[in-house]
Write a new protein. Structure first.
Length: 158
């Protein structure tokens, strides 16, 4: 028995409106998660999908496998880049706020990662993509405070 999580992120414009989608699967149960943001990037939404999915787990009893089409996320973790970034204080690295949020979850759940090719017909990856895109297209979008704080006010298209 294991928990499987399928995640995806989307951004229209990159940066632009974006969203994440995640599907948490355990035995015959599934839970969908999605949220949209008014200004963000695709990589942030890919990573946030993983973070929010892990934050929604209620138990550390079962192994967790995350399926993602994001080389950014999967490589940063599997190739251990993020742990080096952390040791070096994330100097010059984007999305440090999200990586800081991720690392305690990694320690807690020790998930394994499987990269899957996006838009290649994998049913649950396609479903996570639809969740992310639909979230990005909603009228009521949240503020990605980490992203917007990292931009100068003159760069914001608001």
């Amino acid at each position: 028995m294991q928990i499987e999580i399928f995640t995806d992120g989307a951004a229209k414009g990159n940066p632009g409106p974006g969203g994440y989608g995640a599907i948490l699967c355990f035995e015959d149960k599934e839970k969908e998660l999605a949220q949209g943001y008014r200004l963000t990037t695709n990589n942030r939404m890919e990573l946030l999908a993983v973070i929010v999915a892990l934050e929604n787990l209620k138990s550390t009893k079962y192994p967790v496998t995350i399926f993602s089409d994001s080389k950014y996320v999967v490589d940063a973790i599997e190739k251990r880049w993020v742990f080096n970034w952390h040791r070096k204080g994330y100097a010059g690295k984007k999305n440090a706020d999200l990586w800081r949020r991720y690392l305690p979850l990694h320690e807690k759940f020790n998930p394994t990662y499987t990269w899957i090719k996006g838009h290649a017909g994998h049913h649950k990856n396609e479903r996570a993509d639809r969740l992310a895109v639909a979230a990005a297209e909603k009228q009521e979008l949240l503020v990605d405070e980490g992203y917007e704080a990292s931009q100068s006010s003159s760069e914001l298209p608001l």
